[in-house]
Design a protein around this ligand. Structure first.
Ligand code: PLP
Length: 598
């Protein structure tokens, strides 16, 4: 078939939605777009080569301008919705630093918006925010998470130093301690409640009465009583909950917003005279597999504003959200240097006669009249005993197996009933990638959610995007762990059917996945690069140092309207520093860890 660059854009999700900052040039190279500037990843690598010592390694590409872009998009979405519904309350965004604590993220957010607030979930995070905001004390610090007396005393110190603090009350004891330690003015309190709604997705469990966080209704009533007894209801300004991360069903937000609005009204009517804000927490998703509504963020904002406009006509609260994933995910691209490639099947045969005889034996296995019959034939072939007379025969048998498999694969997709069998383990075996590529990185360190929660990360070659993909591959990392691989491709939903040259179906009208992602030209991959975008949320902090493999170097890239700049901000984590983390102080020759200390 004639392959167009548009086909590759569809296959990899490039140029749209949360990958709108990527494009493909006429030579089939992947490009990064920031503002009016565009640069190919080949040129980025050249620049990194010139400006840093990390010319031939994997690295994390950090892109602060994409954080700013997301912030602008979020704020604009709420602005448009508030204008549409003539909503009187303001919109005040808050950044939950747990999602990415890196200085480049925090500094970019501070620069991007004069009143962006910050959320801490622990005392350590609170200390980090305090330091980051020492010249920006007007910004709201939302103090979430369990707080013991020591933590409350630190918060008290911050209040005395002039920080703008809102403390979420998460239990009765916490409130009793807070009222004991803190004064009766100079800060705000929030009720953090359990969102009594059932939502979809991995973190949907953060919602409902069984949620890990927040006050249940009985506890909320007790906390109100304690506040009334202590004449402290005036401190309550905010109703807060967090419905879970990566919520991909828009209607879930309608249910959630309606619940929060109803509780807000009840609290207001119940004497919380200074109540002025609803903090809806996080939930705004990232479109990792190109399957979300194109205008998701706009619709998300519109839902909150519309629901509050209807439910709270008289007293319209400030709307706060704590989006972290949606703000930061785009800002990191993992650039994976490939080391080697491997083929599951032999490239050729040794002996014409052996080959011809096995080939003849395979003929009856080719005759199938439905997708289920194809699978039965494939099963029958795989049940045969591999001939072990000599290595040549074994080789030639595997060579024929590869030909037969490609033939059956093409046939399988040609029958309409193939969709009924997509979950069948036989289908998984028939559609298994036949090539693997090794990358110089650790999945556990750079994209740990892939292993932890089976999070999908698109993976894209940096060139040959103008040709029909030759095949699909698994990208192996260098850990000694078989979970350490990128072996999933979520096909884009499309009526147009696109295939690799060896007959793997790459697009389909319904959600469908393969155990490997497409690549243009296999010959290129001994010494090339892949990019794994959307790795800026959570991955840096949840990471594992499995097999003592540490952090990749961090390279920041920016475009100032005229020129592109790349700069090294952190070198790769040294072997000595990783060994020190696990309790071994070992001086390794030429290791910069020791030089730094001197
Ligand atoms: N707010 C709170 C209280 C959270 O616990 C979290 C994440 O767990 C967030 C916000 C961030 O949510 P998201 O990942 O949807 O940005």
């Amino acid at each position: 078939m004639e392959w167009k660059i548009e086909n590759s854009k569809l296959v990899y999700g490039i140029g749209k939605k949360d990958l709108s900052y990527l494009d493909i040039n006429s030579e089939g190279q992947l490009e990064l777009i920031l503002g009016d500037g565009r640069i190919s990843f080949e040129d980025i690598l050249d620049s990194v080569d010139k400006n840093t010592e990390y010319c031939d390694a994997s690295f994390a590409l950090r892109i602060p301008q994409l954080i700013t872009k997301q912030i602008k998009k979020l704020i604009r979405s709420f602005k448009l919705a508030r204008e549409e519904f003539h909503y009187k309350g303001a919109y005040e965004p808050i950044y939950p630093i747990k999602v990415n604590h890196s200085p480049f993220v925090i500094e970019t957010i501070i620069k991007a918006h004069p009143t962006y607030g910050f959320e801490s979930g622990t005392k350590s995070e609170f200390c980090l925010i305090k330091e980051a905001l020492k010249d920006e004390k007007h910004r709201l610090i939302m103090c979430n998470g369990g707080k013991d007396r020591e933590f409350l005393k630190s918060i008290n110190d911050a209040i005395k130093e002039g920080y703008n603090v809102c403390i979420s009350i998460e239990s009765e004891q916490e409130l009793i301690d807070a009222l004991d330690i803190l004064p009766r003015e100079g800060y705000q309190l929030a009720f953090r409640i359990k969102p009594y709604v059932t939502l979809h997705g991995h973190w949907g469990a953060s919602s409902s009465r069984n949620s890990k966080f927040g006050l249940a209704i009985g506890e909320l009533n007790n906390v109100i009583k304690i506040l009334q007894e202590n004449k402290a209801t005036h401190l309550i300004t905010t109703l807060h909950a967090h419905p879970g991360s990566q919520l991909t069903v828009l209607d879930d937000f309608v249910e959630y917003a309606t619940f929060m609005a109803k509780i807000y009204r009840l609290l207001y009517d119940n004497g919380m005279e200074n109540l002025k804000a609803i903090n809806f927490g996080g939930g705004m998703p990232i479109d990792y597999d190109n399957r979300l509504d194109e205008k998701f963020m706009e619709k998300y904002a519109r839902i909150f504003v519309e629901v509050l406009s209807k439910e709270l006509k008289k007293h319209q609260p400030i709307i706060m959200t704590e989006s972290g994933r949606a703000i930061t995910a785009l800002s990191t691209i993992i650039i994976v240097k490939t080391i080697d490639k491997y083929a599951v099947f032999p490239d050729g045969y040794f002996d014409k006669e052996i080959m011809e005889s096995i080939s003849k034996e395979s003929d009856p296995f080719k005759d199938a009249k439905s997708a289920s019959e194809v699978l039965k034939k494939w099963k029958a072939w795989e049940k045969r005993k591999i001939p072990f007379k000599d290595l040549q025969e074994f080789n030639d048998y595997e060579y024929i197996t590869k030909q037969l498999k490609a033939f059956l694969r093409e046939k399988f997709y040609s029958f309409k009933d193939f969709t009924k069998h997509l979950d069948d383990p036989l289908t998984t075996a028939l559609l298994k990638p036949e090539y693997t590529i090794q990358g110089n990185f650790s999945v556990f360190n750079s994209i740990c959610d892939l292993v932890l929660i089976k999070q999908y990360f698109p993976t894209i070659p940096i060139n040959n995007l103008h040709v029909q993909p030759e095949t699909i591959v698994r990208l192996l990392d260098i850990t000694c762990d078989s979970d350490g691989e990128v072996a999933i491709y979520n096909a884009p939903i499309s009526k147009e059917k696109l295939y690799t040259k060896d007959h793997f179906l790459l697009t389909y009208e319904r959600p469908y996945s393969l155990g490997g992602f497409p690549v243009g030209d296999m010959d290129e991959f001994k010494d090339s690069y892949f990019v794994v975008p959307l790795a800026g949320a959570y991955q840096d902090i949840i990471e594992f140092d499995h097999n003592l493999l540490g952090d990749l170097p961090d390279i920041v890239i920016s475009f100032d309207g005229k020129e592109w700049q790349t700069a090294l901000v952190n070198g790769a984590q040294t072997i000595s520093s990783i060994l020190a983390d696990v309790g071994y102080v070992i001086e390794i020759k030429d290791d910069p860890y020791f030089d730094q200390d001197e």
